[in-house]
Ligand binder design. Structure first.
Ligand SMILES: Cc1ncc(COP(=O)(O)O)c(C=O)c1O
Length: 458
């Protein structure tokens, strides 16, 4: 083609190419919203497409982000800890599609209830691939775990005795580890501090309580003692708490071998890896943690004279940043003190701000001008139902969409139908494709287990 004709054709094509460049894939739109480019028309249009098709409030998860987090953790730890095993703490996000994705990545399952055991089985896990941790297990949960060959993470001597009795009844071996309370404060917020001495979780290292539990279990022929476990808290952003904990736990590993002749198959240092919730927030990376942990671990291994497998069981780290909660503005209200942007989701949809005073970034889609300090208020009839407080955001109007970032962990999994509001839908985004992974709740769902309405006049 002559040069002149070619450049004429390119000139004609330019607007089409430009429009395509401005039309991001769904994955790109999610990433752009995170990068504070939610005001761009192409990004807003992508979210609008999702809201039009699926309604709001809407949880959207980015598959690539979840996979990337697994790869980051593995590449930091696997070269340094050859016997590494990673589990996913289901409670962070219990959607079967999310769990299935993590299973396909080779992760085990850490569960906290019978419901989570059954969810894991439904996704394709076998009993032995599951670890069951709870400080309060019911008889039915113990029965089912032993039947399945699930690892029971024992939290008290009372529970140990109940496990022994049930294993004897079933004539099966119970596989156990102990959840240890190492007495370490990871400097995180109180509600999610689980490893401090006054916490309800685990058998205390202090006073030899944990040690004596191992001694007792070793005398039980119905029980096979396989590991030690701890989990010091959630949203931990510095390495220090893990290092202190690892030192204490490796001390226990050594004691158990020296004094009881017990070699553990694994030492589980729990989950808790934090993610950045604020723009510019720096948190420890998996690389930071693995690098800091390596010498402590090696020292412990040398002292104990053998190497147990290192197990980790994060939840939030895999799924938190992958989740975007899309909400719609119902009204904007100016009061003498504040401006409230009232949206169609509340703490029934995302509990973390009300429960933990957690900070989530909020982006206004398709708007960039006229910044205004606002509170993003939920639609639950409670004063405390504020999703974000005192945020400087472009002025929003009724009908606008907002996106709340980092909502993938403890978002939907903590949601409820409080105020008789049906549960939101969940979508999984892969490139430019979005798949419904949980349909939106309906009004009939609200009555599904309540039985028929009473007859009039009774
Ligand atoms: C025993 C246990 N393991 C793992 C986790 C996962 O924590 P995170 O989501 O902070 O990684 C939790 C969360 O509370 C937990 O209780």
């Amino acid at each position: 083609m002559p040069i002149r004709r070619l450049s004429f054709a390119l000139l004609l094509l330019a607007p089409i190419l430009q429009a395509q460049a401005a039309k991001p894939t769904l994955h790109e739109a999610l990433m752009a919203a995170r990068a504070d480019r939610a005001g761009e028309p192409g990004v807003a249009a992508a979210f609008q497409r999702l809201a039009d098709a699926h309604g709001t409030p809407l949880y959207v998860y980015d598959q690539a982000h979840i996979r990337g987090q697994v790869a980051a953790l593995r590449s930091a730890f696997a070269p340094r800890f050859p016997k590494l095993r990673i589990l996913y703490a289901l409670k962070a996000n219990t959607n079967p599609a999310v769990i299935g994705l993590l299973k396909a990545e080779g992760l085990g399952a850490e569960v906290v209830s019978r419901g989570e055991i059954e969810t894991a089985l439904r996704v394709g896990y076998t009993g032995p691939e599951i670890m069951f941790t709870s400080s309060s297990k019911g008889p039915e949960e113990i029965r089912r775990s032993i039947e399945l060959g699930t690892m029971l993470n024992v939290d008290s001597l009372d529970e140990l005795d109940q496990i022994q009795a049930e294993a004897r009844r079933q004539k099966k071996l119970a596989h156990i580890s102990f959840r240890i309370n190492p007495g370490v404060d990871p400097h995180t917020i109180h509600q999610i501090n689980t490893g401090i001495a006054e916490s309800k979780f685990g058998l205390h290292l202090q006073g030899g309580i944990a040690f004596r539990a191992y001694e007792r279990a070793l005398a039980m022929p119905e029980v096979r003692v396989e590991g030690a476990h701890c989990h010091i808290g959630s949203q931990i952003t510095e390495t220090e708490g893990y290092l202190l904990t690892a030192r204490k736990m490796m001390g226990l590993v050594k004691d158990l071998k020296e004094k009881l002749g017990l070699r553990l198959d694994f030492l589980d240092l729990g989950g808790g890896l934090g993610i950045p919730y604020q723009d510019g927030q720096i948190v420890m990376s998996p690389e930071d943690l693995a690098r800091a942990l390596e010498p402590v671990w090696k020292e412990g291994v040398a002292a104990a004279g053998y190497e147990p497998a290192l197990w980790l069981e994060p939840g939030r780290f895999f799924v938190g940043g992958a989740g975007f909660l899309v909400v719609r503005v119902n009204t904007v209200k100016e009061t003498p003190l504040k401006t409230f942007v009232n949206v169609d989701a509340g703490f029934n949809t995302l509990m973390r701000p009300a429960m933990y005073q957690a900070y989530h970034r909020v982006r206004v889609l398709g708007r960039t001008k006229d910044p205004l300090k606002v509170d993003i208020a939920g639609d639950v009839c409670e004063t405390g139902d504020i999703l974000a407080e005192g945020r400087l955001l472009p002025r929003a109007q009724a009908g606008d969409l907002l996106v709340i970032l980092d909502a993938g962990a403890y978002g939907f999994s903590m949601s409820s139908e409080y105020n008789a509001r049906p549960l939101p839908a969940e979508l999984m985004v892969d490139g430019d494709a979005a798949r419904v992974i949980r349909r939106r709740g309906s009004l009939p769902d609200l009555f599904r287990s309540a039985g028929p309405a009473p007859a009039p006049g009774r």
